[in-house]
Design a protein around this ligand. Sequence first.
Ligand SMILES: NC(=O)c1ccc[n+]([C@@H]2O[C@H](COP(=O)([O-])OP(=O)(O)OC[C@H]3O[C@@H](n4cnc5c(N)ncnc54)[C@H](OP(=O)(O)O)[C@@H]3O)[C@@H](O)[C@H]2O)c1
Length: 268
Amino acid sequence: MTTRTVGIVGLGRMGLTLAAGFSRAVEPARLFVAGRSASSIERVRAAVPTATVLPPADLADRATLVVLCVRNVDLPDVLAVVRPRLSAEHIVVTINNALPLPRLADSVPCPVAKLIPSVGNEIGAGATLLMPGPGLSADAVAELTELLQGFSRPFVISERQGRAATDLASCGPALLASAAQSMIAAQIERGAPLPPGLAEQLLAQSIDAVSRLLEHGTPLAEIVDRVAVPGGNTAAAVEASRDGLAAAWRAAFWATADNERSKPLPAL
Ligand SMILES: NC(=O)c1ccc[n+]([C@@H]2O[C@H](COP(=O)([O-])OP(=O)(O)OC[C@H]3O[C@@H](n4cnc5c(N)ncnc54)[C@H](OP(=O)(O)O)[C@@H]3O)[C@@H](O)[C@H]2O)c1
């Protein structure tokens, strides 16, 4: 287990996910959290009771890895209170894909990185994407990767790859869940005699099987070919859905890129 001390600022959806994730990777005495509203602090106390709650201004005194889990609009206020206690020994991490790392690096006296979590991290599943920023040494990358292995499958990528990788690894679980929902809705719409709970369990097994076959080295194309035999029902379904699915995913990934570009960057 690492000796790094971890501090999380911002206890909303992502901060809570990462607090639960990091609680699997570091000893309780090394995990610190800081929020704003009383309700967010109550939630973290219930979900991660072993983490120590501190005021944001004190976080950098106790933690050398500071993970900023606030929206860009709140970042200037958070940095204003955290920055005075930062030194070259710290690493500051943003989880916001839209914040360029050089901009963050210019505003703090230490190395920086970007970390993209995924919804499964709180139960030790899913990917994390680590993008090293200015000043982060190869040793620090190795250390952070080992730390992230405590609750996820980490991938070290470049910032240029961030948007596309985030679409697949972080938006991915929501996109797959949404695709599964529309499969179930289509069955129900056509009057299939399946209760939604049973339909969900059947799809859960399909998703699990695809995931495990991929882990065993079976390529996606082979999984399709093995089921969609020419002239069979699955081949008919693949053929009927292929064009619509391709168009839907193209639209989805233009939407993430456009949405990201539309957000103003904070002045740090
Ligand atoms: N990388 C990813 O996978 C991913 C996914 C989703 C979002 N994001 C990004 O992550 C960031 C957070 O997203 P989210 O969904 O977790 O947002 P969220 O649920 O709104 O949480 C943000 C939290 O920041 C807290 N906060 C704001 N100002 C603060 C301050 N001065 N001191 C302490 N805490 C403060 C808020 O406190 P209150 O409780 O008082 O409101 C809130 O709990 C966003 O920039 C978002 O774009 C990343």
